[in-house]
Design a protein around this ligand. Sequence first.
Ligand code: GLA
Length: 734
Amino acid sequence: MRTVVFSILFLLLIQINIQGQSKEVIQVETNDLTMIFTASQNEKVIFQYWGNKLDGVSSFLDRKVKGQPDTNDDFISQLYPAYGGRYYLNPALKLTHDDGVLTSELVYAGSRTKTLDSNKKETVVSLKDKLYPVYVDIRFVAYQKENIITQSATIYHNEKNTVKVENFASSYIPLHAESYYLTHFNGTWAAEMQMEEEALTHGIKVVESKKGVRTTQSENPSFILSLNGPSKEDSGEVYAGSLAWSGNYKLSFELDETGKLGITSGMNPFASTFYLKPEQKLEAPEMVLTYSANGIGQISRNYHDWARKYAMAHGDQLHPIILNSWEGAYFTFDEKTITDMMDNAAKFGVEMFVLDDGWFGNKYPRNGDNAGLGDWQTNKKKLPRGIPYLADYAVNKGLKFGIWIEPEMVNPDSELAKKHPEWIVKSGKRDILPMRNQWLLDLSNPAVQDFVFKTFDDVVSMSPNISYIKWDANRHVDNVGSDYLPASEQTHFWYEYVKGLYNVYEKIRAKYPDIQIQLCSSGGGRVEFGALKYHDEFWASDNTNALDRIFIQYGTNLFFPAIATGSHVSTSPNHQTGMMAPLKFRFDVAMSGRLGMELQPKDIQGDEYEFAANAIKDYKQIRPIVQLGDLYRLISPYDKNDWASHMYVSKDKKQSVLFAYSLKYHGRTTYFETKLKGLDPTKNYKITELNVKPGQSSFYGNGQTFSGDYLMKAGINLNIGNPFDSAVLLISQE
Ligand code: GLA
């Protein structure tokens, strides 16, 4: 009751009357963070502050900004700047009205706040054009405990005719500092999420995708922006954002002549003009935002907590250890190949077997990547007793069973392509360009959405023992165009494709809430929160080479949690890179994500067999810490010293696991040292080295007890100085 009274008093206090006009403070708050805007009816909404919570919020009401709002709009930070008035920077909104007028002026029309549940608060700020019946609602959801704020926008209008929406961002963040350092994630197939950090200079830096599908392979729609110096792990002000959208996106960072930075994020406007009819609503996806005054470590922990609870399927349940058939069998297998793999997998203690590509197609059998996609019937020659037989076999061996599909795609050599040429994405009469010998189905078409849903439904219905689907998507969009969309709406394709995909995902999740789904897109082509919501995990990359995985997983885990990062031990020499690495190194890397294997298990023999079976047993012990704990990065692989190390710490700080890797030869006199993080300084911890052969421990204190304070202040050293040396330490409270 007292809180309610105080809140009402506070709200009254922060509404003051300036020249007869009521001015308000609008606050979007989590437990530790706040965004603050000021607003008066029919005036632009001013973006005042985004950062740690502060006292004296009402002072924002008469805070003076240099210049007059009505003469220098371009220098004033707005919540959602539109192209119009004196605003000439990158706008969040640009549209053409039905009478041809190119400008808009969005002013305040009210706001409302609603408690969605004990952890989620929604705030909607309504804006309207000063002259035209155009309305934009900016919606925030503040996740209290996780310190995450999502921002999205909805636009609609009552003009007589269609309005042309040309730019429609999800969020705009204005910042003002001495300097700005942008971290973004560049990549390509088999080398996704490579981190790059750069000092921003005047002008516009853009991170974007125009690929439509596999949109995160070359760049990821996530960024970290550090103020006044490069980002650090445990200190410094950092802002971060990640767009929850599985289509084209654009993040732009504009440093203007006044030294202010405007970050505009949302769907990519490129070739995407949207012809919005009266009353029709267009929704921009959610931008997922957070801030830390103490470096990027906290940023990652915020995203991970939030993702496990709100942005992935089954983020609160331990994920199984998988053997995936791809690198062990590729397209060449029969029933016995698969049952042998299952026999061996079960012996190792693996918990699930996944049958990858190659199991379907009869008229056009899927014996390579050049035929069969689209024809989702079991290949009778390879698997005469069908999938149910294999799924039952797995279950009888104590394994769960999963299967691969790529339902958005079709090979020209398939029954489907011949039957439904109108379903294929194509640009009028131009050639349909193949990629990996395949074409893309047009998900803007509801008939295709039905087909994709039915594919999933039929495949899952083959056996009640199918509990996991690996959903792949191995090409992007080029020569864009849709036979379904009218000529005047071809530019809607990019939006409608993603909406179509989400329709299918929604239907699938409504019918199959329990099934596990892996989000794969040639590896890491769909690593973003829009799609993850419907899935249990990503396949972060087709590159299973442990050394490369250290970098790929470092980038991926800056935003996305380990529980969602499929991370498999493969054979040596590695199939993608030809690099040789010890089995221990390969396990030590894979065990820091959702462990699996991607090889022919019968090839692991003798000592290596013992080692692998033991490592799998140990993973089961550390799994709750890795999958549900807090990540603390100790040494970045990007630092020039060529070591890498990180820890996971259980929420109650009772258990922790440390991973350490040597990436090159360090000479005899240099050794690995690090201070631990995240432990309880008042408690004692016993350290046990895992994945170690008797007598070969790399830690001098193996089996001994240390205080948390000692471990975090004095730290430890490890004897890992050769290329591919590594160590895994279990740190348990006594
Ligand atoms: C993609 C996936 C792989 C595998 C193959 C099968 O490349 O990323 O894991 O499933 O397709 O064709």
